[in-house]
Design a protein around this ligand. Structure first.
Ligand code: ASP
Length: 597
């Protein structure tokens, strides 16, 4: 963008209507208004000259109305995005425009006042745009003039209001928690803020209000919520922003089932009131390992039937040396994709699976009643027959399969291919919604390449299932937790857990996560000590507001539902944030930069 200083000459266009008189919003006018005198304001969205007359589309926040100008030479010369005020009379159109809600009428202009001029915008301000997203973000204020963007922001506001109303009706109190504090361990990198008064010490922006909401429970609040801004310095994706909003909830004395039941009612209300969709309750509850086994994901998109298959038995007599261990051998049958899946395509699929740690992706094709492919040499006739009949292979089916010692690796790898084919083959019907809970998550995730070391699958405050407590000593990897995620169309739209309320167990979990006693005392002593004073059983959830709005808006880009998002490099293309700060400002907080970008 090229910012130049305005010339000294004042460019006052009109001062006639300082108070911007207006009788109606443009988008609200209908046939019943015919004959009324109206005063409208807005932006010129389009101008068409037809011989001696002219049509102008006038846009405001409510929509577009067509203006009819019978004497174009008598009004100021206006162009797209000029701000104008018009006075005129509403009349029925001879030929209605079915594409506009106001299409049955037009306003015959009697007076048009130019309020402000506009430069030619860098892209056309209309719902359909081929402007690059980077350009849209650099001129976000113009992008936000597009009706579809305003619709999305309104839906977002409505979503927040529905949560406020629902939670209020159910006895929850909104409480704000600090933005400047110590780190919350949600598993991401922190955004840190230096302290002017304490050089060498830093606040961390909250990854979530987790610790505070638990302390509110110990503080006796019983039902808390907050529409909370959270910050995580992670690599960005289409569905992830560095700052995002959670509808964060915590309650005491409710068990997992009670929490899920209450929360799914909130979601049903949300879907009904925003997009008039009836969510069938109760929602399905799928166990983590069932989701992984069958869908290859802990956020399964169950809108299409393509399932991971355990091939261990069917390949029992396979002579391939790589399959002889105790690992997992699983596959995916892709119907009708045999012929068109070239060597190159298979290489691409292998690359995708590799991202999840799968070393080699194997394939067989089924044509004219037989398996084809170089792998057939490792399968005797009996095995081949078994595979064909058990999998119910049909002409031109493609069987993809892989082997791994790591259960999560094989599931995630094949799960990624499952999603890829679903998109490619159009297996998902647009406008359908699939909501379910995934429950019974493992408590821990093994740290790759470091046997015996774990990270928390949700976060360290998650309560292990009562029956699994003994496993904490013998086999932590097998411990399941009271943890649940809400999955909508394959997106994780929220997650929560019951919390540990016993100080000793909390301490032990920290130890299992690799923190020494000194670390626990130093980092979490302030928090864990609160558990000495009668912590109630409690649990909660946080909904990802941005993702929910993204789904309700029918977009797959989270930036579409945020007014001023960052791009994938975590930069705001409009202000160019993050920016440099002066040497003085750095000195004040005791920082010197040695490695400039
Ligand atoms: N703090 C958790 C998160 O941000 C949610 C929860 O456990 O309530 O994912």
């Amino acid at each position: 963008m090229n910012s130049t200083r305005p010339s000294g000459k004042a460019n006052i266009i009109t001062t006639r209507n300082k108070n911007m008189e207006r009788s109606d919003y443009n988008g609200n006018l209908r046939l019943k208004d015919a004959g009324r005198k109206v005063t409208l304001v807005g932006w010129v969205s389009n101008r068409r000259r037809l011989g001696a007359i002219e049509f102008i589309d006038l846009r405001d926040t409510s929509g577009i109305v067509q203006l009819y100008v019978g004497n174009p030479d008598a009004i100021p010369d206006v162009r797209n995005e000029y701000v104008v005020q018009v006075k005129g009379e509403v009349r029925a159109k001879e030929v209605p425009n079915p594409n506009l809600p106001t299409g049955e009428i037009e306003v015959v202009v009697e007076e048009l006042i130019l309020v402000n001029k506009a430069e030619n915008p860098p892209f056309i301000i209309a719902d359909k745009t081929d402007a690059l997203e980077e350009t849209r973000l650099a001129y976000r204020y113009l992008d936000l003039r597009r009706p579809i963007m305003q619709k999305r922001l309104r839906l977002r506001a409505q979503t927040v209001k529905i949560f406020h109303d629902f939670l209020d009706e159910n006895g929850f109190t909104e409480v704000e928690t600090p933005i400047l504090n110590l780190a919350t361990p949600e598993g991401a990198r922190d955004y840190i803020v230096p302290s002017r008064l304490h050089h060498g010490r830093f606040y961390a922006l909250p990854q979530s209000p987790q610790l505070f909401k638990q302390l509110l429970m110990i503080g006796g609040m019983e039902r808390y919520y907050q529409v909370a801004r959270c910050f995580r310095d992670e690599d960005l994706r289409a569905d992830r922003q560095p700052e995002f909003t959670q509808v964060d909830i915590e309650c005491s004395f409710l068990d997992q089932d009670q929490i899920l039941t209450l929360m799914e009612q909130a979601l049903a209300k949300l879907f009904k009131e925003t997009i008039n969709y009836d969510v069938p309750l109760p929602l399905r509850r799928m166990k983590y390992w069932d989701a992984m086994d069958k869908y290859g994901s802990d956020k399964p998109d169950t809108r299409f039937d393509l399932f991971l298959i355990d091939l261990k038995q069917l390949f029992a007599n396979c002579s391939f040396p790589g399959f002889q261990g105790n690992g997992y051998l699983k596959g995916l049958v892709i119907p009708g994709k045999g012929k068109e899946t070239s060597r190159k395509k298979l290489d691409e699929l292998s690359m995708e699976a590799k991202k999840f740690g799968i070393k080699t992706l194997y394939s067989l094709k089924f044509n004219e009643g037989a398996l084809n492919g170089s792998f057939t040499k490792f399968l005797d006739e009996e095995s081949q027959k078994g595979i064909i009949s058990s999998l119910g292979l049909k002409e031109d089916d493609l069987l993809l399969f892989a082997y791994s010692e790591d259960r999560r690796q094989i599931d995630f790898g094949l799960g990624a291919l499952r999603s890829l084919f679903a998109k490619e083959m159009g297996l998902i019907e647009p406008g359908t919604y699939d909501l379910l809970w995934v429950v019974d998550f493992p408590m821990f995730d093994p740290v790759e390449g470091q046997p015996g070391l774990y990270s928390a699958e949700h976060h360290p405050f998650t309560r292990p299932r009562d029956e699994d407590l003994p496993l904490l000593d013998s086999d932590p990897g097998e411990v399941l937790a009271y943890a649940y995620d809400i999955i909508i169309n394959g997106y994780e739209c929220g997650g929560g857990t019951l919390r540990i309320y016993d100080r000793d167990i909390q301490w032990k979990i920290f130890n299992l996560l690799g923190l020494s006693d000194e670390d626990v005392a130093r980092k979490f002593g302030w928090f864990i000590d609160a558990f000495k004073y009668g912590a109630p059983p409690h649990g909660g959830i946080a909904f990802g507001l941005d993702r929910l709005c993204m789904i309700l808006s029918g977009t797959d880009n989270i930036r579409d539902v945020e007014a001023f998002p960052k791009n994938l490099q975590a930069v705001d293309p409009m202000s160019k944030a993050p920016g440099e700060v002066s040497e003085d400002a750095l000195e004040e907080v005791g920082i010197s930069i040695t490695d400039h970008e």
